[in-house]
Design a protein around this ligand. Structure first.
Ligand code: S3P
Length: 171
């Protein structure tokens, strides 16, 4: 069978795992979440990995997990917000599948992430009024990687049809 991998990239809070499941359902593909894969492999939460092993260790695990999921034939993969920015992962994803940047406004991301700060290592120490600024700054740094995705879905409210249309699939 021809290998078909779809990688969803973008900021934390952009709904990559949600859209990976929806897209997989629509295409009759399997789906996987990189963070969940790492958590299963290490028996630690992402938060615990950052706290006890540090970010470099996490980024190595993330690179290995990406390559491991890449061995599947047909899969939609939700990556972590930082995945494209380390270890040539963006080049690797573009060489091995179709990449889609899920891009929602920072204001929307901040609203979604606010109640989830505690479980997210990069934002857990931020005050409510610092979150949007932090996300805007991170996006500024990471855009150069996300923009290398083959497709870019940008909307205040993304729909499954936006994703299917970007892949030129109509259902
Ligand atoms: C990170 C995003 C997280 C997770 C880790 C680091 C980042 O994934 O990989 O906390 O660097 O933006 P999500 O984008 O799925 O939240």
């Amino acid at each position: 069978m021809q290998q078909k991998l779809i990688f969803l990239v973008g900021m934390m809070g952009s709904g990559k795992s949600y859209w990976a499941q929806r897209l997989a359902d629509a295409l009759d593909y399997g789906w996987g979440d990189l963070d969940q894969f790492i958590e299963k492999e290490t028996s630690l939460s992402v938060k615990e990995i950052f706290e006890t092993q540090g970010e470099d260790y996490f980024r190595n695990k993330e690179r290995d997990a990406l390559r491991a999921l890449g061995a599947f034939d047909v899969l939609v993969i939700a990556t972590g917000g930082g995945t494209p920015c380390f270890h040539n992962n963006m080049d690797w994803m573009n060489a091995n599948g179709i990449t889609i940047w899920i891009d929602e406004p920072v204001r929307v991301l901040a609203g979604r992430l606010l109640p989830e700060r505690e479980s997210r290592p990069l934002i857990k120490n931020l005050q409510e009024d610092e979150l949007e600024h932090f996300l805007a700054q991170k996006l500024g740094e990471r855009k150069v990687y996300y923009a290398q995705a083959a497709h870019h879905v940008h909307a205040a409210k993304i729909t499954i049809n936006d994703l299917l249309q970007t892949l030129n699939i109509h259902v």
